[in-house]
Design a protein around this ligand. Structure first.
Ligand code: ATP
Ligand code: MG
Length: 445
């Protein structure tokens, strides 16, 4: 039975319309709208600029990789591999959850070290992790990544950290730097044994996850955020005290150089990175302004990784920063000098005959490098001037029908409201050239 006063046709229409409108983005996947993109571009440009000052070159890799790449590099007993990866199980491929493994794969595949023994590479792009979405935590998020491959000196660690710090400084963000050393295959295994003994003695006091991790990935327990676990962990043996002489020297040197470069840091002996490949220096840039999402960026050394993936025995170090978190912090502090985007010239064509020549002029302006806009709908002058100010146009060229027949138009400075005549003679290219000269001569900064 139909609803009184409402035809079946109307109901069907409403239902189908509702159906069409309800398709939304997937939870944890977010659009970056034009109003926010300026900030993203600003961060990316600053990053590219600084990375290039430090001699880095850009590399771009595919988003899909063989699942095995991440299992072998990140480690099978890590949160990322155990529960966060987007995997097409039947095809054995995964959407990259991070970039380092892919960069190493590309590095090995193309033998990049043959051309240049030390490679400095950076990349910017989306990563995918199936986590619970929150502010600053998405399922598709974006990272800036920088890696130095083929150099093992502690000075390189400090230089890379200093580069990350420089970016944060230039973005105007105050975040703190924490530093730790995770040792190497010489000193970490005996420490792990020592830690397992300590944790097993306190098994009952640990959370379920940590009880399990005690055997699968004991270092991870050091980094548990639960109060009950923290109470246990504060008395745990310190890996820093168990470092072998080589790792100890390395870590001392990194700290010395950071101090030389006047980069403040704090030692956090409980910092364990969530990926298995790290050795020696690890670091995190932290903020208190994003709730639970404290890490803005993080990284470390991964000296065995390339060999483990079938490449030459080269060392490496890198970091990743989250673009969403950087953008959020900048929004909160609102000290990002993003220049307002706008048009150089808006051409207001009035009446039907002016549209074709005005269109040609706009095309010529654009060919000569200007940002030019036009509206083809023949709206009133008032409406088009409004449109020009909304588009943030510096000048409007008013092409009225009467003036056009006299070979004239009016150039209006949108800041001062001053108007002057502009002669519409010659080809559209010639007109565009003269107009741009006039605009440059008139424009006040
Ligand atoms: P967290 O502890 O917040 O989960 P993480 O240690 O897993 O971070 P890394 O793998 O070190 O993060 O990635 C480097 C950076 O990438 C982080 O510092 C963060 O800024 C960003 N990042 C990581 N996961 C996400 C995510 N799901 N959403 C948004 N940004 C993320
Ligand atoms: Mg994580």
């Amino acid at each position: 039975m139909g609803i009184p006063g409402c035809s079946m046709h109307g109901v069907a229409h409403a239902v189908s319309l509702e159906f069409i409108l309800t398709i939304q983005a997937i939870n944890g996947f977010k659009d970056i709208l034009p109003e926010a993109v300026g900030r993203w571009q600003y961060i990316e440009q600053r990053a590219r600029d600084i990375f290039e000052r430090f001699g880095f070159q850009e590399i771009r890799m595919p988003i899909l990789e063989k699942t095995e790449l991440f299992v072998r590099s990140i480690g099978s007993a890590t949160d990322v591999v155990e529960k966060e990866m987007y995997t097409f199980a039947d095809k054995g491929i995964t959407m990259r959850p991070e970039a380092t493994a892919s960069i190493m794969r590309a590095f090995i595949e193309h033998g990049l070290h043959v051309q240049q023994p030390v490679q400095r590479l950076y990349t910017i792009g989306p990563m995918f992790r199936h986590e619970r979405p929150q502010k600053g935590r998405l399922r598709q998020f974006h990272q800036l990544n920088a890696e130095i491959i083929g150099a093992s000196e502690p000075r390189v660690d400090a230089e890379l950290i200093a580069m990350a710090q420089m970016l944060l400084d230039e973005l105007g963000l105050a975040v703190s730097l924490e530093l730790n050393s995770l040792g190497c295959p010489v000193c970490r295994p005996p420490f792990k044994e020592q830690l397992i003994v300590f944790l097993e003695q306190r098994h009952e006091a640990l959370c379920g996850d940590c009880q399990r991790r005690t055997r699968t990935n004991p270092l991870r327990v050091l980094d548990c955020k639960k109060t009950s676990c923290r109470a246990v962990i504060k008395d745990a043996p310190s890996l820093l005290a168990a470092l072998c002489p080589d790792c100890d020297r390395h870590f001392t040197e990194v700290r010395t150089v950071l101090s030389e470069l006047r980069i403040p840091f704090q030692i956090n002996r409980f910092m364990v990175r969530g990926l298995d490949y790290y050795t020696r220096t690890t670091f995190e840039f932290l903020t208190t302004d994003l709730g639970a999402q404290a890490a803005v960026g993080a990284g470390g050394r991964y000296d065995g990784l390339i060999e483990q993936l079938g490449g030459p025995p080269l060392s490496g170090i890198g970091f990743a920063m989250g673009l969403e978190r950087l953008a959020l912090l900048m929004d909160q502090h609102d000290h990002c000098p993003i220049p307002a985007k706008g048009m150089d010239v808006f051409v207001a064509a009035l009446g039907t005959v002016t549209i074709a020549p005005a269109g040609q002029l706009v095309h010529a302006l654009r060919r000569q490098g200007a940002k030019a806009a036009i509206d083809y709908s023949g709206r009133s002058l008032k409406a088009q001037l409004k449109q020009a100010s909304r588009a943030n146009a510096r000048f409007t060229l008013i092409v009225g029908e009467d003036e056009w027949t006299r070979g004239e138009a009016i150039l209006r400075d949108m800041r001062t409201q001053e108007q002057q005549p502009f002669a519409l003679r010659g080809s559209s290219e010639e007109q565009a050239g003269r107009l741009l000269d006039m605009v440059q001569a008139t424009a006040t900064p």
